[in-house]
Design a protein around this ligand. Structure first.
Ligand code: FAD
Length: 248
């Protein structure tokens, strides 16, 4: 799809959704962030684990340089080996090289079946083992894997009345939200069952819940996507960092 830079991510995703496609980027700010901002920050988002970096989805870009020159490589052809790759240069440039005005993005098939699970782990080592088991058991169905620490979850529960505790009877040091998605409900559910069983059997999660319908799936995501709102309710000054660490 070719989109102007000022289009809000969620609106673009809803638009392509009518045709059975999805934008391969999803993040908590989807209702307000714009495609130009997503590209300028090279946002990762929760679909990174499935679709990889946003840069790989950019088929073409249009931008205006500081001297007014318009760079235009808008394109609907995925395989384009002509000329310089301006898209890769501008994605992640945070407005330092040009103002991005439009982009062509390769969309993905919109999954029909989606299931989420919240797993409670006592240590970060266990969280890393959950990640490995998710890759092994969910395979190509893996669509998100997000970790929240216990303090952040408790902050969301105490600051925001619409957040439901995924496991009210227990508290944990780490909460891992795993999502599987695909074209076949039976296969997605089987993969999720196999993953959750393996995690519990290996003793790397002490408790967990699996969504039984779309509404429960949304509730689990709400606890993840509301963390920033919770921090802003609790404190007037919130500093945000984007940090990547090796898994070792
Ligand atoms: C470096 C960085 C990495 C981030 N990574 C993630 C992430 O992985 N996952 C996640 O959930 N959130 C991430 N965020 C938070 C943020 O969400 C991204 O917020 C979102 O993609 C920004 O969109 P926005 O429309 O709100 O942009 P803004 O907040 O309005 O702008 C963000 C930056 O992009 C520049 N910019 C905006 N539009 C254009 C344009 N059209 N042309 C050129 N430059 C432009 C701005 O000058 C600014 O530097 C990141 C933020 C930053 C700064």
């Amino acid at each position: 799809v070719t989109s102007q830079a000022g289009v809000v991510l969620e609106k673009l995703d809803n638009f392509v959704g009518q045709f059975g496609y999805a934008v391969p980027l999803d993040l908590g700010a989807k209702g307000s962030c714009q495609i130009g901002g997503n590209l300028a920050t090279h946002a990762g988002g929760s679909r990174f684990v499935r679709y990889g970096p946003l840069r790989h989805a950019v088929v073409g870009i249009q931008a205006v340089l500081g001297d007014g020159t318009i760079v235009d490589s808008l394109n609907s052809v995925r395989r384009n080996n002509t000329g310089y790759d301006f898209s890769s240069l501008l994605v992640g440039s945070e407005g330092t090289l040009a103002v991005i005005t439009a982009a062509s993005l390769a969309c993905v098939q919109r999954p029909i079946a989606v299931q989420a699970a919240m797993l409670l782990c006592s240590s970060f080592d266990d969280v890393k083992k959950v990640l490995l088991l998710a890759r092994e058991r969910l395979g190509e169905n893996i669509s998100a894997l997000e970790m929240m620490d216990g303090a952040a979850v408790q902050l969301a529960l105490s600051s925001l009345s619409h957040i439901r505790d995924p496991c009210p009877e227990v508290r944990s040091n780490f909460y891992v939200l795993a999502e599987a998605a695909g074209a076949n409900t039976k296969l997605v559910n089987e993969a999720m069952d196999s993953f959750v069983e393996s995690v519990l059997a290996a003793g790397v999660a002490e408790n967990g819940v699996v969504s039984q319908d779309d509404s429960q799936c949304r509730d689990l995501w709400l606890s993840r996507e509301s963390l920033l709102d919770a921090a802003m309710v609790a404190s007037s000054a919130v500093f945000m960092y984007d940090v990547s660490l090796p898994l070792q």
